[in-house]
Ligand binder design. Structure first.
Ligand code: FAD
Length: 419
């Protein structure tokens, strides 16, 4: 059976790997010249289980509102007249209630935990090195930051996840490179959280998968999907149709546009984020554990001999343009905690679009079209969820029961019907 995967981000590449492992003939189409060149390119690199959770959470609507007046806010909202934006926001507001947040977070954590197991399996099987590190320290500048984290900390305790609430001195003992001058109320340390270079991993897996026979066709944008008799038949590209027995849409933020012709109406919206990658100048001043500044929602991760500083969630402007205010906030946070660590003036700046559904979890597997499948909507945790999502989707295509409960991870929760 020949399966087409549309998209060679971290989600498409891992999906191609899993499909090939089950013996399918696989073709991957991507509009870019190589793998992982859009949202998967320069993300924060956090492989999170405990921290995996939805953007829709209590307190977030207030942050979004305040962002209308603050240029340094971690959340930026640019209201537009687009009905899709307002439909997304209405659903998102409903998902910010505590009870909904808890349900969505548990769904994402279930998948993240499974995903971490699959990633470890691949890493060990193929001896993959992708600039991994271990340990995650969430920093609270103020008591208010600490109070806002309370619901998430309660869920960690309920789930039995290893974590330690720390005072400022204990934070500095965990990460001695944190400077004293910046006020710190305390932190939350998650010793089992990991980080790694997502784009690098995707390319390693792309090479392995190509060597196993997967046909990667880059610079091949898919204009539309074609159907006959209620079944997928081919993907339309500038060089002609590419036919297959089945297709999996893993096209990140562009997936909603591709699905428009199918009758599937998924409220997938791009939420922009930014990163800076700077060469480490003084290794003794650079962090060993990854750090998240909770006030600014900025993550700082060591990747080999570079520091990756990433953050900002910007809703409403689809143009992937760098914005000075957002980059300035990243720089400020990095300098607040690790001033001499990197040559910040030599940073490479990047902007990407998280493919975000309003409730948080992705949509995996079958649609109403018998041979069309989805692996999309991974939002701000796509790297953490990729390996598990890929295995679930490949199981479904192969007609095998997935190893995790899919409640809340399928298209059913959007009540979508397909033509
Ligand atoms: C600033 C930032 C920080 C982040 N930090 C983290 C983190 O620390 N941990 C974490 O787990 N996640 C993080 N994420 C989220 C994560 O990066 C995304 O969820 C993930 O990369 C999504 O992967 P994807 O493969 O779905 O999308 P993409 O990587 O965007 O891949 C989609 C692919 O589809 C291709 N494509 C699209 N349309 C077409 C078409 N019509 N025809 C052909 N090809 C097409 C694109 O070229 C692209 O290669 C972060 C995101 C951002 C922006």
């Amino acid at each position: 059976m020949h399966v087409l995967v549309i998209g060679a981000g971290i989600i498409g590449v891992t999906t191609a790997y899993e499909l090939r492992s089950r013996g399918f003939d696989v073709t991957v189409l991507d509009r870019r010249p190589g793998a992982a060149q859009e949202a998967s390119y320069a993300n924060a690199g956090v492989l999170s289980v405990a921290y995996a959770g939805p953007w829709a959470q209590p307190g977030m609507p207030g942050k979004v509102l305040r962002s209308l007046w603050q240029s340094t806010s971690p959340v930026i909202f640019r209201p537009s007249f687009a009905p899709a934006q307002w439909r997304w926001i209405v659903r998102w507001l409903g998902e910010c209630r505590l009870a909904r947040y808890q349900v969505n977070k548990q769904r994402m954590q279930r998948l993240a935990e499974y995903s971490r197991g699959v990633l470890h399996e691949l890493r060990n099987r193929h001896a993959l090195e992708f600039e991994q590190s271990k340990g995650w320290l969430q920093l609270f500048r103020t008591e208010a930051d600490r109070a806002r984290a309370k619901p998430a900390i309660e869920l960690l305790a309920q789930a039995g996840t290893a974590h330690r609430l720390l005072d400022a001195a204990a934070c500095r003992a965990v990460e001695p490179a944190l400077i004293d001058a910046t006020p710190l109320a305390g932190g939350l340390f998650l010793p089992d959280e990991e980080t790694g270079n997502c784009a690098y991993f995707a390319r390693l897996l792309r090479d392995l998968t190509a060597a196993a026979g997967v046909d990667f066709r880059f610079e091949t944008p898919v204009k539309a999907l074609r159907f006959e008799g209620g079944r997928f038949t081919s993907a339309q590209t500038p060089t002609g149709p590419v036919a297959a027995d089945a297709a999996i849409v893993a096209a990140g933020a562009d997936s909603a546009r591709l699905l428009r012709g199918t009758g599937l109406r998924l409220p997938l919206y791009p939420v922009k984020g930014y990163s800076l990658t700077a060469p480490i100048a003084r290794f003794e001043f650079a962090p060993m554990v990854s750090v998240m500044d909770e006030a600014f929602k900025v993550a700082i991760t060591r990747m080999g001999n570079r520091l990756r500083i990433a953050g900002t969630a910007e809703l409403g402007n689809r143009k992937l343009q760098l914005r000075d205010a957002a980059l300035g906030t990243l720089l400020r946070v990095a300098r607040d905690w690790f001033p001499g660590a990197a040559a910040y003036s030599q940073s490479r700046a990047w902007v990407g679009a998280r493919p975000m559904l309003p409730d948080g979890p992705p949509v995996l597997g079958a649609t109403g079209v018998p041979n069309l499948y989805l692996n999309l909507g991974h939002g701000s945790t796509g790297w953490s969820l990729a390996c598990g999502s890929a295995r679930v989707v490949a199981d479904i295509v192969a007609g095998v029961k997935p190893q995790i409960d899919l409640d809340g991870l399928t298209i059913g929760r959007y009540g979508a019907a397909a033509s």
